[in-house]
Design a protein. Structure first.
Length: 205
């Protein structure tokens, strides 16, 4: 059984491509509109985005990861202590196999088995609670990021932005020049700045 029961913030939101809005066509205008020659050119550029890295690199993403760790680390630490206690009992059983009575060894073995089952149940509960919490928080961050990506892509003439977070995805190679992750993180932080920490009361240092 592994000691690290919760992987935070290793979060994968999916490797689906993000289809960005295209510029409106002149054909959408009413009758009598200007000739098609005046229409804006259709976007043709393609960009890649590491969605997972982008989310976790934003100020809100970093704050969320820290808060998740702070919330679940006490439970994880308690489980790790119980795991250490079980290992100590296992070592006690191993060392005392030649000197302990059969009855004592049986009681200790049963206690170890019971402790292991209880620990596994609590570890599963912790994983479930952490995953549910992560899902809610990072879905909200993903929705905000998606809005930033759509605005950025439309403004800069991108026809499509591909999420390449999944290294096993269909993208075999892409030039670094089409990676917009850094730009998106910067724009995200501008659009969703963290609230400033409250100033200390006057007169206190």
């Amino acid at each position: 059984m592994q000691k690290n029961f919760v992987a935070i913030p290793a979060i994968l939101l999916g490797a689906a491509a993000l289809a960005c809005a295209q510029a409106p066509s002149a054909a959408a205008g009413a009758a009598g509109a200007k000739p098609a020659a005046a229409a804006a050119p259709e976007p043709t550029k393609v960009a890649i985005l590491y969605v997972q890295n982008a989310i976790l690199s934003t100020d809100e993403g970093k704050k969320a990861a820290t808060e998740l760790q702070g919330k679940f680390n006490p439970r994880r630490s308690a489980l790790e202590k119980r795991q250490a206690d079980i290992q100590a009992k296992q070592e006690q059983l191993k060392k005392g196999s030649a000197t302990m009575s059969d009855e004592a060894k049986g009681r200790l073995a049963q206690q170890i088995q019971s402790d292991q089952k209880s620990l596994q149940r609590d570890a599963d509960d912790l994983n479930s609670d952490a995953e549910q919490e992560q899902g809610k928080i990072f879905q909200d961050l993903y929705n905000k990021l998606n809005a930033v990506v759509s605005q950025y892509a439309t403004r800069n003439g991108y026809a499509v932005v591909l999420d390449v977070s999944n290294q096993q995805g269909p993208i075999m190679w892409a030039a670094a020049s089409v990676d917009i992750t850094g730009d998106i993180v910067k724009l995200y932080n501008q659009a969703h700045p963290l609230a400033a920490a409250p100033a200390p009361p006057a007169g206190k240092k």
